[in-house]
Design a protein around this ligand. Structure first.
Ligand code: NDP
Ligand code: GDR
Length: 367
């Protein structure tokens, strides 16, 4: 099968296509007329809910969205997929992407996120595609880790604070090395946190908006969180995938920060989310004793659980996206308030539809 050569359309390969960013990016590229190949993992139950709306029956002639089973830990599999698809652009989004989980699965995280990136770059090189295939690497603001400077831009020193960030640090530099050593068009997008209604349920924003919806509907009593003081630069994923695409359309490969240039605490995100369902939050107590009460009913709805504290935390992320503004013409437009409203609204719809399921899931959101 040589799916890449049958059309004059551009061909893209997305690893991590079943994830938040993979789904938005696949949608964007299909809209732009691309043929999109996606790598998905085999799982014991369906893991394609985010891309179901893009699914095409593989029996139709010349499908434009094609899925391949694969894994970042399997080099021969990646080589075969790259060979079969002959992509013009590869977007490497696949990763064990949860920071806290990386403390529990450090070796796997290094393998998938660090060495996995090397495997893909080697596939391009071994197949003689270094001139044809452009490469996007999902790098991260977690690389900045222990704060060295604020705001953070492309020249701010890295100081990773988790096995996840250390693995992504290797991936960052191996991308730079393949660019310099082999002249590949390979770019790192240093993306600050970006969220959406399809964000993974155990990342803090989605955990909060799901809980707010469930508490509002009487399906859950309270929300347990870790560090309320952590500050993040949160944007909307739909806008960030456009930035990824723009990086690969440039004449020269470079690394870019994508961020909003604003930072907010987890506590402030909680307040904004509860405000959407008419529950103003009153904070009482300090440290692990801190609790959030609904000012109107007086009911406790937020508690701190130290189980969610990380062995080493990233306290403050604030990105400076000036380079992306200037060179890519990329700028975020969706505000944090709009993002929170959209997430709460969508979770209210989901919770209202899945009342029995929500009950069954209580207590399972553990990361
Ligand atoms: P998600 O966790 O939503 O998606 C990760 C994707 O990677 C999923 O499709 C997952 O498959 C897949 N995956 C995980 N392990 C493997 C593996 N071993 N082999 C193949 N596929 C695998 O992440 P996001 O969409 O939020 O993020 C996309 C990328 O961007 C990640 O690399 C992340 O680290 C990085 N990033 C994310 C930011 C954010 O704020 N969202 C910010 C900066 C960087 P499955 O669905 O089967 O689990
Ligand atoms: P992060 O996202 O670690 O920044 O990584 P996450 O939403 O998991 O945490 C953000 C901050 O919130 C604090 N926090 C909690 N986090 C979770 N998950 N659950 C809690 O209960 C909780 N309570 C407080 C965390 O300590 C942290 O400070 C995300 C991922 O998408 C990475 O893949 C990506 O690289 C970075 O964003 C940029």
């Amino acid at each position: 099968m040589d799916t890449g050569m049958r059309h004059d359309r551009k061909v893209a390969l997305i690893t991590g296509v079943t994830g938040q960013d993979g789904a938005y990016l696949a949608e964007l590229l299909l809209d732009k007329g691309y043929i999109v190949h996606g790598v998905k993992r085999r799982s014991s139950s369906f893991n394609t809910s985010r891309i179901e709306h893009l699914y095409e029956d593989p029996h139709v002639e010349n499908p434009r969205f094609i899925l391949h089973y694969g894994d970042m830990t399997d080099a021969t599999n990646l080589i075969r997929i790259v060979q079969e698809t002959q992509p013009d652009e590869i977007y490497n989004l696949a990763a064990q992407s949860h920071v806290q989980v990386s403390f529990e699965t450090p070796e796997y995280t290094a393998n998938a996120d660090g060495t996995g990136t090397l495997r893909l770059l080697e596939a391009i090189r071994l197949l003689g595609l270094t001139r044809k295939t452009r490469f996007y690497q999902a790098s991260t603001s977690e690389l900045y880790g222990k704060v060295q400077a604020v705001p953070q831009n492309e020249t701010t020193p890295f100081y990773p604070r988790s096995p996840y960030a250390a693995a992504k640090l290797y991936a960052f530099w191996i991308v730079v090395n393949y660019r310099e050593a082999y002249g590949m068009h390979a770019s790192n997008g240093i993306l600050f946190n970006h969220e959406s209604p399809i964000r993974g349920e155990t990342f803090v924003t989605r955990k909060i908006t799901r809980a707010v919806a469930a508490i509002h509907l009487g399906l859950q009593d309270r929300l347990f969180l870790g560090n309320l003081d952590a500050k993040r630069d949160w944007g909307h994923a739909r806008e960030y995938v456009r930035g990824m695409w723009l990086m690969l359309q440039q004449d020269e490969p470079e690394d870019y920060v994508l961020a909003t240039g604003e930072t907010h605490s987890v506590r402030s995100f909680v307040e904004k989310a509860f405000a959407r369902v008419g529950m103003p939050i009153d904070w009482r107590g300090e440290g692990v004793e801190e609790k959030g009460y609904d000012k109107i009913s007086g009911r406790c709805v937020v508690e701190v659980d130290p189980a969610y504290f990380r062995p080493t935390e990233v306290d403050l992320l604030l990105g400076d996206p000036t380079k992306a503004h200037t060179k890519l013409g990329w700028k975020h437009e969706i505000s944090l308030d709009q993002l929170v409203s959209e997430m709460v609204r969508e979770d209210l719809k989901v919770m209202a539809r899945n009342v029995p399921l929500v009950g069954a899931n209580k207590g399972l959101v553990h990361a």
